[in-house]
Ligand binder design. Structure first.
Ligand SMILES: *Cc1c(COP(=O)(O)O)cnc(C)c1O
Length: 378
């Protein structure tokens, strides 16, 4: 089965993990610190805070920025549920925004602007598929209304400028992301004092970590804020350091595969009305996933089933958050027409650096066959 996503892990990751196991120090320590510094440098930041998931990173970012009850945060509904959940964790109200177009499934700035109220405190961007959001217009909108700008950068690790758009950014190292530590995440914040707040909140709000107490030769610590246990461990950090070193190669491989896909999908876009391959307006992408938009009349579930039959896994990114039962019960009646249409027609094709050109051929060949029989030509 050709999978939608697959981690790239080899002997170096294994050796790094084993070295930590043999070192005698397995929880937050030097490896985590090294990983944070290397990750920050890679993204043009001063420093970073490693955590155990992107969800934790989003939570800490919002909390360190002081976003809370009474505040509204503009956020796309076309994202993974964790992006919106984090806003609820701090007691703020997510205000879900439509996408720009079927071909550009990033949050619409016009729709966002129309939803600004006196309670709006922040904008949460998400670089869907790794397609880079244009920073300029969002910065201008935020400046105009005095809003904080936050990035859910789970799809766009390693791309210059990502994580530097505004006031904070969260990254994911989950198993299907562009680089992985199995589970893991990272916080970037340009203001050192806020980043240090996030660091302290990561470890129960304690003023000194176990390692710091060891180095300082004191058993004493205080807790002066409500914290969490969102720590990353040494094993993951050591694997993360290796993955970070391969990130450019892995992202370049993704770009090459997307190039092949685009070339082979262009004729389908010509032939089938309403068939779209979303591309970033910015022209820049981390190519995290390979989404396509099927023609309006196509039976997506049947296409997915037939592709599965041919050994090609596909999936859907994403069921819109505002349509999930929990969110529907919380805030019924929300309609985001483009987001809903995109969700009805989106299909995610396999994309990971282990793929060969022949895999792309298999996907395209299968898709071509299936498309011919999957809907009534208009
Ligand atoms: C994967 C993902 C997350 C959650 O990441 P975890 O590390 O699993 O918590 C959040 N937002 C987006 C857009 C994601 O793709």
């Amino acid at each position: 089965m050709l999978l939608v996503a697959e981690p790239v892990l080899g002997p170096e990751e294994r050796a790094a993990a084993v070295a930590v196991l043999e070192s005698g120090w397995i929880t937050l320590g030097e490896q985590v610190r090294k990983f944070e510094r290397a990750f920050a440098e890679r993204h043009g930041a001063e420093d970073a805070v490693a955590v155990d998931s992107c969800t934790a990173a989003l939570h800490l970012t919002l909390k360190a920025l002081g976003i809370g009850p009474g505040d509204e945060v503009l956020v796309p509904s076309m994202t993974f549920v964790a992006t919106v959940n984090a806003i609820l964790y701090v007691g703020a109200d997510p205000v879900m925004v439509d996408i720009e177009a079927l071909e550009r499934p990033l949050m619409s700035i016009d729709d966002a602007a129309s939803r600004v109220t006196p309670r709006t405190r922040a904008v949460m961007l998400m670089h869907y598929a790794g397609h880079l959001t244009d920073a300029g217009p969002w910065r201008a909108l935020c400046a105009r209304h005095d809003l904080l700008l936050i990035e859910d950068s789970a799809h766009a690790v390693g791309i210059p400028g990502v994580g530097q758009y505004g006031d904070g950014a969260a990254f994911s190292f989950y198993g299907n992301k562009n680089m992985t530590t199995a589970e893991g995440g990272m916080v970037l914040m340009p203001k050192p004092e806020l980043l240090e707040r996030a660091r302290q909140m990561r470890g129960h709000g304690m003023t000194r970590s176990v390692l710091q107490r060891l180095v300082a030769r004191t058993p004493h610590y205080d807790v002066d804020m409500l914290g969490h246990n969102y720590r990353m461990d040494e094993i993951r950090a050591a694997i993360g350091l290796v993955q970070l070193g391969r990130l450019d190669d892995m992202n370049a491989r993704r770009a090459a595969l997307v190039g092949m896909y685009n070339e082979r999908l262009a004729p389908l876009e010509q032939r089938h009305d309403g068939f779209h391959v979303p591309r970033p307006r910015s022209g820049i992408s981390a190519h995290h996933i390979m989404p396509i938009v099927l023609p309006g009349g196509a039976d997506r579930d049947r296409i997915a089933a037939e592709m599965h039959e041919a050994g090609v896994q596909t999936t859907i990114h994403y069921p819109p958050v505002h349509t999930l039962s929990y969110y529907r019960q919380r805030a019924p009646g929300i309609r985001l027409p483009l987001t809903e249409e995109f969700h009805r027609r989106e299909l995610t094709l396999p994309l990971h650096p282990n793929m060969e050109e022949s895999d792309v051929e298999l996907v395209i060949g299968t898709l071509e066959n299936v498309l011919e029989s999957a809907f009534e030509p208009s």
